[in-house]
Design a binder for this molecule. Structure first.
Ligand SMILES: [Zn+2]
Length: 200
């Protein structure tokens, strides 16, 4: 479930209140919609409440917003994952933190292009993320808006950046490692991936 950051803190509390009867069906909460002017700190209290309720937490940050929004998401919202995070690359200390804590980043190439986060797919920073040792993953964002499911996002990268097979495999592995599956489920998925790779 996601809170819309261009709305008020109260509206996020209202959404949470409406969701209370169905919390057992909700894995976690996120924060999306337009970033600029709506920093993570605006939602620190509602995220604290969500964590108390045992919900996992994630937030869009550093997509159009500055690296400071990523710091805020980590330190004030205490997110377990950053959605997008592209602009983290502007801040070396932040990259170090993301690498040390292996915070998953959910990167969405086709959406990055449509929203002008990158001007050309060939300039997508995916290789910089991988080179920095970050737990970066490839995702579809919202396929209805951005024109493609996850495989289309992989293809878009393959066609435009000099990515190697090993790096593609690393991205696939990261998808499981960075997911909200249990450790047992992650291991099972990674084993299936390894088995599938043997057939190539
Ligand atoms: Zn998004």
């Amino acid at each position: 479930m996601s809170f819309l950051r261009h709305l008020s803190e109260q509206s996020a509390f209202d959404t949470l209140e409406q969701a209370m009867p169905w919390l057992e069906h909700i894995d976690g909460v996120g924060l999306d919609s337009s970033e600029l002017g709506h920093p993570p700190e605006k939602f620190a209290r509602v995220f604290a409440r969500c964590r108390e309720l045992g919900l996992r937490v994630t937030a869009h940050a550093g997509e159009e917003g500055p690296p400071d929004y990523v710091w805020q998401a980590l330190d004030l919202l205490k997110v377990q994952r950053i959605d997008h995070g592209n602009r983290s690359l502007e801040d070396a200390a932040l990259i170090e933190r993301l690498r040390n804590e292996q915070i998953p980043l959910t990167v969405c190439p086709l959406s990055n292009l449509k929203l002008c986060v990158v001007t050309k797919m060939s300039q997508h920073p995916i290789l910089k993320f991988l080179d920095a040792g970050l737990l970066v993953t490839i995702n579809s964002d919202d396929p209805a808006y951005f024109g493609g499911y996850v495989m289309d996002n992989f293809h878009a990268l393959l066609e435009s950046v000099p990515i190697t097979t090993d790096q593609i495999v690393q991205l696939m592995r990261n998808s499981f490692t960075g997911s909200w599956l249990s450790d047992t489920e992650k291991q099972a998925c990674l084993q299936r991936l390894d088995a599938a790779l043997l057939t190539f």
